[in-house]
Design a protein around this ligand. Sequence first.
Ligand code: FAD
Ligand code: FES
Length: 266
Amino acid sequence: MTNMITHETEVLANEEVKPGFYHLYLSAPVLAEVATPGQFALLRCASDNVADPLLRRPLSFSNAFPERGEITFLYQVRGKGTKELSRLRAGHLVDVMGPLGTGFRLPDHRQPIAIIGCGVGVAPLIYLAHYGAQKGHEVYTFLGARSRDSLLYDPILVANSTDIVVATEDGSDGIKGNITALLKKYPHDLKMCGSAYICGPEAAMEAAASICNSFGVPCQVSLESIMACGVGACLGCTCTTTRHVNYTRVCTEGPVFDAQEVFFHG
Ligand SMILES: Cc1cc2nc3c(=O)[nH]c(=O)nc-3n(C[C@H](O)[C@H](O)[C@H](O)COP(=O)(O)OP(=O)(O)OC[C@H]3O[C@@H](n4cnc5c(N)ncnc54)[C@H](O)[C@@H]3O)c2cc1C
Ligand code: FES
């Protein structure tokens, strides 16, 4: 939890990139310097620090640009908090607490990495792809979504991917099928990766992790849970892992875990 603090940030832009999916750009020079891929922040969702909804909502950093002091979040509108977030406009002030949690670990050598994202689960992986490419890793990207309308082709993800393949469940883009079908269709790209990184609904993560495991590719997953304090105090975010069967905290010990230590409940 080094450098964790609350920051008053300013909205630079809040763009609807696909129906119900928004890209939020904030001016936050300190966070842009210290946040690492896979870490997250708790955002107060209403502008100018209005306290409704009371609890901040967790979002993973979808990128950080220290050179221009910006951070970004990619989010889907689900309920009250994210609806409020979508109303923010340039110039609004937002209270952001972070960076929180334990992020992704890259392989030691410059081995290729696989990015496996389903729906808005791609958010933290955009930052990882950008960061990994800067560190000299080739990035092989596998994207899944229900349809073209929820397929999040982020330009920075595309620019940093050596190759990118896509599946949609309705066949409106890429191959027709889910993430499992996509990984099975392109096993060569996956098998040459030193590590894979998966984020999306739990059932999809479990299935993708099982394929990576069968190919001998170690993988990390980013888990979601409902959160309150975000700093390990309330036990409101626990998941089940081999570390502590009843109370592994997603907010501090995660959100990133080795897939093999997680008991999925998808
Ligand atoms: C570490 C972490 C990182 C996350 N990163 C992102 C991200 O980058 N982009 C993104 O779009 N979302 C992300 N989420 C999920 C996001 O936090 C929830 O979608 C959000 O809190 C919902 O708040 P709300 O007020 O809009 O909805 P609510 O009114 O609170 O709930 C609406 C619906 O969403 C469900 N829900 C609420 N919180 C969560 C949650 N944490 N996970 C799954 N379902 C939930 C509820 O059960 C309900 O069905 C992340 C969650 C965690 C824990
Ligand atoms: S949210 Fe309080 S312990 Fe994780």
